[in-house]
Design a protein around this ligand. Structure first.
Ligand code: HEM
Length: 479
């Protein structure tokens, strides 16, 4: 008994020392936005600890009590949470530069030490961003792979035709299709890796990326993070897989005397590109584009199953626009499909694939809506809450594509892909893939649930707003 008391006394003094040491480093005299009552040391971390509800939902509920901007202390990380489009615009447009950094995260340090998504704002980020916008994500390069995407789509449609009347795990199949679409652009071939192996690593990455790492909030306790060995193994596996492909690609270029048009070809042709940077940028492109794109298609199909009259209207538009002789909707047809475009936007409003965007961090003190936000404050923009803001959207919980007239376009893009210098460079590719795949699924097939069951709408927990359970659907022949 005595031993136990001594042990707890030791533990309490240990945490107190850590608490005062860290607090002395982060103490601030700024007036912050409203905040709920905090726990000692951990601050508001316990409020977010839930295995069944995503943080965007918990923060959405907190915003109902605390308002559109509130403050949380996650360990010693000051954080503001924004749940209004107007304040998000103030941050992303008026103060774009001040809020263009990202917090350092244990996950990113282990897996992506020299990438674009998690780079802190500065010269290195500018260099990598320039390569991405001028060399990789150009409309010409994305467009030059349209024919390869069409071949992947044809194979996918053939697979569905062989499964008419049978249950298909659409969540899984759409993820594999999206991986193949991303791989063609990034590596020049859709069969770079075994999809199962790669998706397994990506899934582990999502789990580890979405879980809490104590060192991100209480730096002096980083050594206690039990997931560090797992992160190291995952990093080794990802990097070994990518390096093997880089080596193979290099020797094939040497044999042929020239490279192709893929991201990898471009990166290998640039001066001063280390293999580490190439691996990180390739992983960025595949992982940032994969679940975001696949999950948007998944939710659009879910909503259409729930709203048969909207599905019928979309299919009528396809019949009116696509020539009867055409077996496939091509990417060139997409701009003509206005109603389909409205369905995609309404889906992204209700189911933003990255509900809390990617966290930003301020680089200097800044006044936002009357509050002074100190430098090094983490900013979470809750797109999920903004998409449900009744002051912008009438009946926000209803699925109404007709409301997506052009004046709403800018708002939806801002909400889905971020804005300003850190906005998503893959937006065109992601949007093209979502429209292209969805159009073909609706054009060629009718859809039902196995045994006519209700469509499951449960949301999972994670960085991407995925479904809780896979979407199982039965394709029926239409064309
Ligand atoms: C529907 C699909 C997609 C959605 C919803 C989405 C969403 C986002 C969001 C919200 C951000 C953070 C923006 C900010 O901080 O302002 C982001 C950043 C980023 N996205 Fe996407 N994205 C999608 C597709 C893609 C694709 C297809 C790629 C690449 C192949 C991609 C690559 C990136 C990269 C590299 C960044 C980091 C940019 C930077 O920090 O400078 N995304 N994305």
């Amino acid at each position: 008994m005595e031993h136990i008391t001594v042990f707890f006394a030791f533990l309490a003094s240990f945490f107190l020392v850590i608490f005062y040491y860290d607090r002395s480093k982060s103490r601030s005299s700024h007036v912050m936005p409203p905040s709920p009552r905090a726990f000692p040391i951990l601050g508001h971390i316990p409020l977010l600890a839930s295995t069944s509800r995503g943080p965007h939902l918990i923060l959405f509920d907190l915003a109902k009590k605390l308002g559109p901007i509130f403050y949380l202390r996650l360990g010693y990380t000051p954080t503001i949470v924004i749940s209004s489009a107007k304040i998000a615009q103030e941050i992303l447009k008026s103060h774009d530069r001040t809020f263009s950094s990202r917090p350092s995260l244990t996950f990113a340090e282990a897996i992506l030490p020299d990438d674009l998504v998690f780079a802190r704002y500065g010269a290195r980020w500018r260099e990598l961003r320039k390569i991405c916008t001028l060399e990789l994500f150009t409309a010409r390069r994305v467009g030059s792979f349209a024919a390869v995407r069409q071949v992947e789509m044809e194979k996918f449609l053939a697979m569905l035709s062989q499964n008419l009347g049978r249950t298909v795990n659409m969540t899984q199949e759409l993820t594999v299709l999206t991986l193949e679409i991303m791989q063609t652009l990034v590596f020049g071939t859709s069969r770079t890796f075994d999809a199962k192996d790669f998706l397994h690593l990506i899934r582990q990455g999502n789990e580890l990326g979405g879980s809490l790492h104590i060192g991100d909030y209480i730096p002096s306790l980083k050594w206690m993070d039990p997931s560090l060995p797992k992160l190291r193994t995952l990093a080794d596996n990802f990097h070994a897989l990518l390096q093997a492909h880089i080596d193979e690609h290099r020797s094939s270029i040497a044999k042929q005397g020239h490279g192709g048009e893929s991201f990898l070809d471009v990166l290998l042709s640039l001066d001063n590109m280390s293999d580490l940077t190439i691996r990180c940028l390739m992983l960025d492109a595949v992982s940032a584009g994969l679940h975001t794109t696949a999950t948007a298609i998944d939710w659009a199909l879910t909503e259409l199953l729930l709203h048969p009259q909207i599905l019928a209207k979309a299919q009528k538009e396809l019949d009116d626009v696509i020539p009867a002789s055409s077996a496939i909707v091509s990417e060139a047809d997409i701009p003509k499909l206005k109603y389909l475009g409205a369905i995609v936007k309404e889906t992204l409003r209700q189911h933003p694939p990255a509900p809390l965007m990617v966290p930003r961090e301020s680089t200097a003190d800044c006044k936002v809506t009357g509050y002074t936000i100190p430098a090094k404050t983490q900013v979470l923009i809750n797109l999920y809450a903004i998409g449900r803001d009744p002051s912008i959207w009438e009946n926000p919980l209803e699925f109404i594509p007709e409301r997506m007239s052009s004046e709403f376009n800018a708002a939806v893009e801002l909400m889905t892909f971020g804005f300003g210098r850190r906005s998503c460079p893959g937006m065109n590719l992601g949007m093209t893939a979502v429209h292209f795949v969805l159009a073909n699924l609706l054009y060629r097939f009718n859809w039902t649930t196995p045994d006519g069951k209700e469509v499951d709408v449960g949301e999972g927990v994670g960085f991407t707003l995925m479904r809780a359970r896979p979407l199982a659907l039965v394709p029926l022949l239409r064309k």
